[in-house]
Design a protein around this ligand. Structure first.
Ligand code: UDP
Ligand code: G50
Length: 439
C-alpha cells in the first residue's frame, strides 16, 4: 500500500484488534497505512493487556502517531469457572472470550468519537459479539481477517468445508464440535453477512483461486490489501543480530522462528537444535518455550540446548526480535516457520523460501498456500506441535538441506516477492473507500 489511493476527506476509522501479536500487528500496520492516506484513526485497546510484546507495540505505535486517539476499553474480568478448560488453558483464547463478553459496553465508546466514526474495523474473533453493537449505532463495520484467503474460504462456508481443503489440515480444535474454538468460529462465521466487507492481508497473485471463490457467493466484498508492511518503529528496542548477519554469505542462513505464541517442549527444542547442527547450515534461531513472553534466561537455554548448539553454526536468541529486518537481510536464505499468516506474508514480501512446520490453528492451511505457489515446503508428516509426536533431529536436518539446496523454491520466492511489490493493494483501498461512499 505505497501509492496514494483516492480517499474522500474526513474518514475516521476505529480499530478493534483482539489479543495476540498476530492479531494486533496487522491492525497497527493497516491503521498506519490509512493514516498515510490522511484518515483519522482511533485505536481501541483492551485492558488488561496479555503480553508485554503487545503493550510495547501499542505504546510505540501511539508515540509514533500522536494524532491517533487511543480509547481504553476496560474489560469485565472473566470468572474462569464460567469458561471451559480449553479456553482458560490459553491466555490468548481467554482474552478473546473476555473481550466478547464485554463487547456490549463498547457502545458509548464508539458513539462518543469525534469527528463521528465512518466505520469500525473488527477482529474476526470478536465479530458476532460486536456486530449487534454497531448495527444499533448504524455504524458500518468491516472485518480485518487476520489469516489467509484460503482460511477465509473455510471460515465463510463453515460448517461446510471447501473440497480444496483436506480434513487433516483443519485447525485441530474444529474437529471437536463442542470446543470453545468451534463455537466461536461458527458464531462468528454466521455473522459474516451482516458486515460491510472483509479486509485481508493477502494479494491476488498469491491467492487468486481462493479470492475468486469468495467472489459472487453472496458474501460482503473482500478487499485484498496486502502485503501489509512493517512499520519503522516496530524494530525499536528489539533485537536483530545485524553484525552477525553482515558476516554471513548471501542466502546462507536459515532463520528459525515459530511466532509469538508457540512454545515447544524442551524435548522437541533439543531435537530441533540437533537438526540444525546436522543440516550444516548457519542458523538464526528464536527459541521459545513459554506461551506468553516471559524471558527464558541464558542459563536455561544452554541447559536445554547443550553447548554444541550454542557454540556451533548458529546464533540462538530467546527474546523478541525484529523479524522484518531479519527476513529482509540478504544473508537469510530460508525461513523455518510455523506458518502464522503474518510470518508467511513477511516471507513473501522479502522473497524468502519457507520450510513450514505448522504447529496449530490455521497454520497447515497457510502452509498449503506456500506450497501451492511453489516458494517453499510444508511438512505435513511431522504432525501438529500440540501432540506428543517427537520429530527427530536427523529428519529435521534432512528437510533443512532439502529446502536450502532447492533452486526452484528460490526462483519462485523471488517471483512472489516481485508480485507482492507490484500488487494492486492500493487500487483495492480505493475500491474500499468507494464502497463507503455508497453506504
Ligand atoms: N514477531 C516478531 N518478532 C518475534 C516474534 C514474532 O517481530 O520475535 C512478529 C512476526 O514478524 C509477525 C508476528 O510477530 O509479524 C507473529 O505473527 P504470526 O501470524 O506470524 O504468528 P503468531 O505469533 O500469531 O503465531
Ligand atoms: C488464531 C488461532 C487459530 C486460528 C486463527 C487465529 C484463525 C483466524 C480465524 O487467528 O484462523 C478465526 C479464528 C477464530 C474465530 C474466528 C476467526 O472465532 O490461534 O485458527
Amino acid at each position: 500500500m505505497s501509492e496514494a489511493a483516492a480517499i474522500p476527506s474526513h474518514v475516521h476509522v476505529a480499530f478493534l484488534p483482539s489479543s495476540g501479536m498476530g492479531h494486533l500487528l496487522p491492525f497497527l500496520r493497516l491503521a498506519a497505512a490509512l493514516i498515510r492516506h490522511r484518515c483519522s484513526v482511533t485505536l481501541i485497546t483492551t485492558h488488561p493487556i496479555v503480553s508485554s510484546a503487545e503493550s510495547q507495540a501499542i505504546s510505540t505505535f501511539l508515540s509514533a502517531f500522536p494524532q491517533v486517539t487511543e480509547k481504553k476499553f476496560t474489560l469485565i474480568p472473566l470468572d474462569p469457572t464460567t469458561a471451559d478448560n480449553n479456553t482458560t488453558a490459553d491466555p490468548f483464547f481467554l482474552q478473546w472470550e473476555t473481550i466478547c463478553r464485554s463487547a456490549h459496553l463498547l457502545s458509548p465508546l464508539l458513539s462518543s468519537s469525534s469527528p463521528p466514526l465512518s466505520f469500525l474495523v473488527t477482529d474476526p474473533t470478536l465479530m458476532a459479539s460486536v456486530i449487534s453493537v454497531t448495527k444499533n449505532l448504524c455504524l458500518p463495520n468491516y472485518i480485518l481477517f487476520t489469516s489467509s484467503a484460503r482460511m477465509l474460504s473455510l471460515f465463510s462456508f463453515f460448517p461446510s468445508i471447501p473440497p480444496s481443503i483436506p480434513k487433516p489440515s483443519l485447525p485441530p480444535p474444529l474437529l471437536d464440535s463442542k470446543s470453545f474454538f468451534t463455537r466461536g468460529f461458527s458464531e462468528n462465521s454466521k455473522s459474516i453477512e451482516l458486515f460491510d466487507g472483509v479486509l485481508i492481508n493477502s494479494f491476488e497473485e498469491l491467492e487468486k483461486q481462493s479470492l475468486d471463490m469468495l467472489l459472487n457467493k453472496g458474501l460482503p466484498p473482500v478487499f485484498p490489501l496486502g502485503p501489509f508492511l512493517s512499520l519503522e518503529f516496530e524494530g525499536e528496542s528489539c533485537f536483530a543480530p545485524l553484525e552477525w548477519l553482515e558476516n554471513q554469505r548471501e542466502s546462507s542462513v536459515l532463520y528459525v522462528s515459530f511466532g509469538s505464541r508457540t512454545a515447544m517442549s524442551e524435548e522437541q527444542i533439543r531435537e530441533l537444535g540437533k537438526g540444525l547442527v546436522l543440516s550444516g547450515y548457519k542458523f538464526l534461531w528464536v527459541v521459545k518455550s513459554k506461551v506468553v513472553d516471559k524471558k527464558e534466561t541464558g542459563n536455561d537455554l544452554a541447559e536445554i540446548l547443550g553447548h554444541q548448539v550454542m557454540n556451533n553454526n548458529g546464533f540462538v536468541v530467546n527474546q523478541w526480535v525484529d523479524q522484518w529486518r531479519i527476513l529482509s537481510h540478504k544473508a537469510v536464505g530460508g525461513f523455518m516457520s510455523h506458518c502464522g499468516w503474518n510470518s508467511v506474508m513477511e516471507a513473501a514480501w522479502n522473497g524468502v523460501p519457507v520450510l513450514g512446520w505448522p504447529q496449530h490453528g490455521d497454520q497447515m492451511i497457510n502452509g498449503e498456500v506456500i506450497e501451492a505457489a511453489g516458494w517453499g515446503l510444508c511438512v505435513k508428516t511431522w504432525g501438529w506441535g500440540l501432540n506428543n509426536h517427537l520429530v527427530k533431529g536427523e529428519e529435521i536436518g534432512d528437510k533443512i538441506k532439502e529446502l536450502m539446496e532447492n533452486q526452484m523454491v528460490r526462483i519462485e520466492a523471488a517471483r512472489i516477492s516481485e508480485a507482492a511489490k507490484a500488487g494492486g493493494s492500493s487500487e483495492n483501498l480505493t475500491k474500499l473507500f468507494q464502497s463507503l461512499k455508497k453506504n
